[in-house]
Design a protein around this ligand. Structure first.
Ligand code: GLC
Length: 433
């Protein structure tokens, strides 16, 4: 149990971080390492901002959606201002847009966040929310058209960075198919800012850059990407998050009387709900990554596997399997949820997405658990997240084994998840709602 004084101190600190990372209408994930607007960071950060400034929380989403491409995609990074030396920056992506952006997307949590905000914040949101819902509908339609052109019911990613779980061992095999012989030399900046042992290896970065070059060489043409991109995989995190986003968009559209959006979102949702089963691995007993180029399913679980519960209603048999594998993992470490299978040879408790705990993934898994009638397990995740923050402050991520913090400091989404969810004060508020 965290004492009341510490809670107050952490509440104050979390607010200070969100204010300090505010660049005027958008919030950077952390200063230095990530100096622009990131897509899902921004959406999740809005939940924390909403705890002290409702208007500013809405702005965060509006600003993100204002960078939407003509084809509907909402990019993963928006380069609102120039920042010398950031790699890969606007000249690598060559989006041809103003402001410049990256050429890929990230998990679409925004619709879910908008729904949470409309429930959480007082007032009549119709005028403000309607244009956001139109933009979200176009983005979700882009997922259906560009990332599942054959209508198989799962959307693909063309780059590990689209998953938001950049360095997951799931990408190792599909990335090995990517030719890096023309990548050339480049200078990374991340390893000058944080400990190299916590960041992806140079070998991984060569592959990441080869995929950026592939996209830019075809001017980010979605048809060419779907047909020829050497990396084309469907994974449970992105697909579960999109399913939930479609569900939330349907609810919002009905609430705000926008039946055309509700109809389209429902059609897309039915396809995704049906398709998700393709990601089930009998061997792993959970949802894993499917390499669509090789039609090969991964047999190791990751924290994304439990996002199935967040994506939508799970059948009883599988839900029970999720609970028991979750408890098995929890017994192997001190803090839930590791991003990758503890005990697997590829597990690394402090290296990027190969083991560490992220607060916002914990929030999503906990949300799904609570909705499936397991508030006990949801609370355990909130307790673990709070304990990690108490021990190591608002770091980018944490070791599930030691609780040590890793990556960037004063991180926006960690602060936001504290304020909105993990802080004992946030939990009291939810109970009285
Ligand atoms: C890393 C993470 C990604 C996040 C970004 C900014 O790239 O893997 O999920 O959006 O950092 O925090």
């Amino acid at each position: 149990m965290i004492d009341a004084k510490t809670v107050t101190r952490l509440d104050t600190q979390a607010q200070q971080i969100l204010r300090a990372n505010d660049r005027g209408g958008y919030t950077v994930p952390t200063k230095g390492l990530y100096p622009f607007q990131w897509n899902w960071d921004s959406a999740l950060t809005a939940l924390g901002i909403a705890c002290f400034d409702a208007d500013r929380a809405w702005q965060e989403i509006e600003k993100l959606l204002s960078a939407q491409w003509d084809n509907g995609m909402v990019p993963h990074i928006v380069f609102w201002q120039h920042e010398e030396g950031y790699f890969p920056g606007p000249s690598e992506w060559q989006s041809g847009r103003t402001p410049p952006t990256s050429g890929i997307t990230q998990p679409p949590v925004a619709a879910t966040v908008v729904r949470q905000l409309t429930n959480f914040l007082p007032g009549d949101h119709r005028a403000r929310v309607t244009p956001m819902l139109r933009a979200l509908d176009r983005w979700h339609q882009w997922f259906a058209d560009a990332r599942d052109p054959d209508g198989i019911g799962v959307v693909a990613i063309m780059h590990p960075w689209e998953s938001g779980r950049d360095n997951l061992p799931d990408w190792d095999a599909p990335l090995a198919q990517v030719d890096t012989s023309n990548v050339g030399a480049f200078m990374r900046r991340d390893t000058q800012l944080v400990n190299a042992a916590e960041r992806p290896l140079n070998h991984d970065y060569d592959h990441y850059m080869a995929l950026v070059q592939f996209g830019r060489d075809c001017q980010w043409d979605v048809k060419t990407i779907a047909e020829k991109c050497p990396f084309w995989v469907a994974e449970p995190g992105m697909n579960a998050i999109l399913r939930r986003a479609e569900r939330d968009l349907v609810a919002l559209a009905l609430h705000f009387n926008l039946p055309d959006i509700a109809t389209r979102a429902n059609t897309r949702l039915a396809r995704l709900d049906h398709g998700f089963n393709q990601l089930w691995s009998d061997i792993a007993q959970g949802y894993t990554t499917l390499d669509l180029r090789k039609n090969k399913i991964e047999h190791r679980l990751s924290s994304g596997s439990w996002l199935s519960l967040y994506g939508g209603p799970e059948n009883d048999i599988r839900a029970k399997i999720h609970y028991s594998t979750l408890m098995e993992w929890r017994q192997k470490v001190r803090f839930a949820m590791p991003s990758f299978a503890p005990g697997d040879p590829a597990f690394d408790d402090i290296r990027y997405w190969r083991g560490p705990v992220w607060a916002m993934i914990n929030w999503m898994i906990a949300t799904g658990l609570a909705e499936h009638g397991r508030p006990d397990l949801a609370d355990q995740l909130a307790d673990d997240t709070a304990a990690l923050i108490e021990q190591s402050a608002f770091r980018e991520y944490f070791s599930p084994v030691t609780g040590k913090g890793g990556g960037g400091k004063d991180f926006s989404w960690t602060a936001a998840m504290w304020l909105y969810w993990a802080s004992p004060n946030a939990r009291q508020q939810t109970e009285t709602h």
